[in-house]
Design a protein around this ligand. Structure first.
Ligand code: ATP
Ligand code: MG
Length: 333
């Protein structure tokens, strides 16, 4: 936790493959901002499993627990275990995925800019599945007032604090009358506390279409676990390119920021990974910590880099290395 005013303790977990490369690049950008941050490095992932016998050592969990925020690179095969365990340990109930169009990328429109806020503790993913017979299985989908009002309130607060004027609640209340009926009810109940924010709700199937036909009309989407999982990847598809998409996991006692991409073994070790998704994850962290000026600086440097389109990595059609992109961003700060 905070040791003195404006001094933050940041847990850094580079992990595997390009996770290490994009983390190094991102830390050098943060260093260039002269922030008073303490970095504490922790190990996790495939290599850690090989070396220590566990993909997520207790020591690493302690480092994350003690930190104000955590930057996470990528873990290979062990990714799901590592992140799921960290989410549970830190009770990170919200998963945030920004969907934002940047110039000179594969975005379907240039005016897309919204946030998907996904409930991350219940829904279809919480309960153990049950195999009834060889011929059938059942999975329960759990919706509680406690968890859904927490995520909906988070989404409205996010809108308020980030200059967004509308929140869209996404559900399937026409078919899932009891569970998603409750979600919709809570959405409007909680929404009453935010009179200045416009509210609308859509069925998830319609939303899947609207994301393609009118993505520019969304500002903040809040939804349950599975729907959020699916719509987040649809959102990634709208703006094209794994190398650009950050994410955040937020809890009351901590938050973890990571790129959506994985360890990319096919390009690992070559020094050609695009570091922007990791850097934008750090931008989300800076905003979370209230370091708005620093966040804007990095954000604007990345926007300028993409607008100029002179120093880009291979995934964006350029020839630059991770290091060259990083140096260019630092010079644009
Ligand atoms: P993992 O098992 O760790 O998820 P993966 O093989 O699924 O690894 P991803 O990291 O998910 O790989 O990436 C999928 C594809 O996108 C790979 O071909 C990879 O090279 C490419 N890619 C992902 N991230 C980046 C990046 N930051 N820069 C350039 N290319 C990337
Ligand atoms: Mg992957």
């Amino acid at each position: 936790s905070k040791t003195k005013e404006n001094k933050y303790n940041i847990a850094v977990i580079p992990g595997d493959g390009i996770g290490r490369e994009v983390m190094e690049a991102t830390i050098s950008v943060l260093d260039a901002l002269n922030l008073d941050f303490d970095y504490v490095y922790g190990e996790a992932g495939d290599e850690c499993l090989e070396k220590t016998g566990t993909a997520l050592p207790e020591e690493t969990i302690e480092i994350v627990r003690a930190a104000d925020a955590c930057l996470f690179g990528a873990a290979g095969e062990t990714a799901a275990d590592v992140i799921v365990k960290l989410r549970q340990e830190m009770k990170m109930f919200a998963n945030l995925r920004p969907v934002k169009a940047y110039p000179n990328t594969n975005s379907i429109r240039d005016d897309i800019d919204f946030m998907i806020v996904r409930e991350n503790t219940e829904g279809l993913y919480i309960a153990d599945q049950e195999k009834l017979t060889d011929e059938g299985a059942v999975a329960k989908r759990i919706i509680t007032r406690e968890a859904e009002s927490r995520i909906i309130d988070y989404a409205f607060k996010y809108a308020e604090e980030n200059g967004k004027s509308k929140v869209t609640g996404v559900h399937k209340a026409n078919v899932l009358k009891k569970s998603d009926g409750l979600f919709r009810e809570i959405f409007y109940e909680v929404g009453q506390n935010y009179p200045d924010i416009e509210k609308e709700d859509f069925y998830v199937d319609a939303t899947a279409m609207y994301l393609i036909t009118q993505p520019q009309n969304f500002e903040v989407i809040v939804t349950t676990n599975l729907f959020g999982d699916i719509l987040s990847d649809e959102g990634a598809g709208l703006v094209g390119g794994l190398g650009l998409i950050p994410s955040a996991n937020i809890g009351n006692d901590g938050a973890l920021f990571e790129p959506v991409h994985g360890s990319a073994p096919d390009i690992a070790g070559k020094g050609i990974a695009n570091p922007i998704a990791m850097m934008l994850s750090a931008v989300m962290m800076l905003r979370y910590l209230g370091e708005v000026d620093a966040a804007d600086k990095v954000d604007n440097a990345i926007l300028k880099l993409l607008t100029d389109a002179k120093v880009l990595t291979g995934d964006l059609g350029g020839k630059a290395t991770t290091k060259e992109v990083t140096e260019e961003i630092i010079s644009l700060l």
